[in-house]
Design a protein around this ligand. Sequence first.
Ligand code: NIG
Ligand code: FE
Length: 409
Amino acid sequence: MKLIGPFKQIITLANLPLKGKLNDNQLEIIENGGIIVDEEKIIEVGDFELLSQNNSTIEIERIESEQILLPGFVDSHTHICFGGNRAKDFAMRLDGKTYLEIAESGGGIWSTVTQTRNKTVDELKDITLKNSVQLTKQGITTAEVKSGYALSVEGEIKMLEAINMANQETEIDLIPTFLGAHMKPKDFEGSNREYLEILIKEVFPKLKSDQLANRIDIFVEQSAFSVEEGDYYLNEAQKQGFEITIHADQFTPGGSSLATKYNALSADHLEFSGEEEVKNLANSDVVATVLPGASIGLGMQYSPARKLLDAGCCVAIASDWNPGSAPMGNLLTQASILATFEKLSMAEVLAAITFRAAKALNLADRGTIEKGKKADFISFSTLDYRNIIYYQGQLQPTHVWKNGALINQ
Ligand code: NIG
Ligand code: FE
């Protein structure tokens, strides 16, 4: 057991609603705070002096400079396991080519698939580990990682094995998701439906038997899988007890209706969600995950985060870090930029990258600083928590604790 502190401010993110809009004055701020942790869990949070007086023999991990403490960030949507690079696609977009035109001329998801298939499981593990080090530096203590860049039975299993191996070696938690349904691979001769049937028959059982992933994702879009095809696939996924998340409404609406039908954990993207889709999501428990990194990477409109919050949705923000649409991989920068365009409060941004993102991963044990939660937290060397969003990602955490242990010193 140890007492960590004192912190100038602890922003607990506790006691806030899961859904809907938030004002900054709803944030619980503990001045001159301390935190007692034991065996990876938070035991008590409160005034540092009081905690040390009441626990006179406790070991103290003293924080010498003035720091602001927050829960560790959660990035609930990434594709950080991939081979190669898509700078050529990016240059083509700058030259006015559309995502579809680029895909047709040999770029797009397929180009990453060919580059990823060439990698060994160890190489993919190393790439995932290297990217997870970047996430850790930004204060992310839990990140989801999708497969979806091999698009063959063996290749997808290799990706998931690499992600699971990386999770064993990295200090942060990596949560694997099976995204074999990213698109029908170009070398598959049958129909979309036949490709999905193979995934269901040959990959789903492996996910369970080898404990590779408990989450299923599908890209529902004209260029990938239709709503009907998604319906068929997700029905199977649900019957087999998998958690569901969907790449939805990125270029055309449709996917989010499947998210609510199957009570998915989250519907992600939502750039093209209209009034009906927003209302539908607000009437459900599906987390609406917005991905400003993809809007920045593609030069597209942002997802309607303000409307989603006003309608009463649980909104998470994730990086979507991938080599195609979102190469930046900096959640705090992206969330801060989204806030300026969508007029999000600081409380809404912080909730969206902590406990609301944890909800999208079905992880009720993290995302806030309160008794009983995981001791995952980060501190910034600054005097006011608002500076964290204000500096748009320039201010990085000086300390990162995972399961109560400092991991970046
Ligand atoms: O979330 N939209 C589909 N999938 C990824 C991009 C994949 C890629 O372009 O490599 C996304 O944006
Ligand atoms: Fe994505």
